[in-house]
Design a binder for this molecule. Structure first.
Ligand SMILES: *[C@@H]1O[C@H](CO)[C@@H](O)[C@H](O)[C@H]1NC(C)=O
Ligand SMILES: *[C@@H]1O[C@H](CO)[C@@H](O)[C@H](O)[C@H]1NC(C)=O
Length: 301
């Protein structure tokens, strides 16, 4: 009996150890947008030590712009902060929730350097995540997306493994929308599932200078539970003149993100991005990610 209890204790401690990551979160739709809040809740429920540092307002389409935050004279998005406030603010009853009055990259930068470490006894994040973005970030959109910008900043400049998530089902939702629509919960659970799959084998979670660009298809009558969705390795840009991709599913050319998420059957695209220029990473780094995610990935029919 006692041995069993001890074993159970050890097993749950080990599970928590594998999952209890310090995760910094940002987005570009704003800190008070529901998608990022549902993801925050899902990360906490999965045992992670998540901290949100998002822009005070919707700053979609601002790419990699970064500038020092300034004081506010108007309320934050959806009236989520008081009209006159400092450049950076916290939800006083939930200090894990923070806003920065600037761009997505700036919010990620402060999250990594200051806001996260304040809540983690000075430690740095293990992982940086951006989104889920309200709407897809495919191919050419990748270059303008603030969600991608924040993830790429983390991977390239701060050297923190990073993932950008986007969901095709759009329509803005305030953080306190009640009840929470299925699309917000499902995207949050899918994103958490990928975080757990990627980090299960320990560090390093990703090769150097790499970020993952993950796009969820629409949530609809056929695709509305985590188990409905299948994961496919993809590339960001069309690969006609590019070097061969990693050999996957018997081919050396991966499908594009657009092909994956538009295919009938609830397919999620996972691209290995090169943080140096937001293009598709080379075959070698694709293969490293494919090995990490072996149990998750499927072939596109
Ligand atoms: C943010 O603004 C962009 C346009 O600039 C719009 O397309 C998008 O829906 C907005 N997102 C939210 C969450 O308000
Ligand atoms: C702040 O946190 C409290 C407690 O979790 C929550 O009820 C409230 O909705 C939050 N407000 C914002 C704007 O995050």
């Amino acid at each position: 009996m006692r041995t069993t209890q001890l074993l159970v204790g050890l097993v749950s401690a080990a599970t928590l150890g594998a999952h209890g990551l310090r995760v910094i979160q940002s987005n570009d739709d704003g800190w008070a947008e529901l998608y990022v809040r549902s993801f925050h809740d899902a990360l906490l429920a999965s045992g992670h030590n998540a901290v949100l540092s998002g822009p005070a307002e919707n700053r979609s389409g601002t790419g990699s712009t970064d500038s020092e935050p300034s004081p506010r004279t108007s309320p934050c998005q959806y009236d989520s902060c008081v009209p006159s406030s400092a450049p950076i603010g916290t939800n006083l009853t939930s200090p894990r929730l923070n806003w920065v009055n600037s761009f997505p990259v700036t919010a990620m930068r402060y999250g990594i350097s200051t806001i996260g470490p304040q809540l983690w006894h000075g430690a740095a994040p293990d992982l940086a995540v951006a989104g889920p973005n309200v709407g897809s970030n495919l191919y050419l959109q990748v270059h303008f997306s603030g969600t991608v910008g924040a993830a790429v900043y983390a991977a390239k400049t701060a050297r923190i493994p990073a993932i950008a998530f986007s969901g095709a089902s759009s329509g803005t939702l305030a953080w306190n929308t009640n009840p929470v629509p299925v699309r917000s919960t499902v995207y949050a659970q899918l994103a958490t599932k990928l975080v757990n799959a990627l980090t299960a084998g320990g560090k390093p979670y990703l090769p150097e200078d790499v970020w993952l660009n993950v796009n969820f298809p629409e949530v609809n009558e056929e695709c509305n539970q985590v188990g409905d969705f299948k994961w496919v390795l993809s590339r960001i840009n069309v690969g006609v003149f590019s070097q061969p991709d990693a050999q996957i599913c018997g081919k050396t050319r991966l499908p594009t993100e657009t092909e994956v998420i538009l295919k009938k059957g609830c397919y999620v695209s996972v691209s290995v991005g090169d943080a140096a220029d937001k293009s598709t990473a080379d075959a070698e780094r694709q293969a490293v990610v494919a090995r990490r995610l072996t149990r998750l990935l499927e072939c596109l029919p």
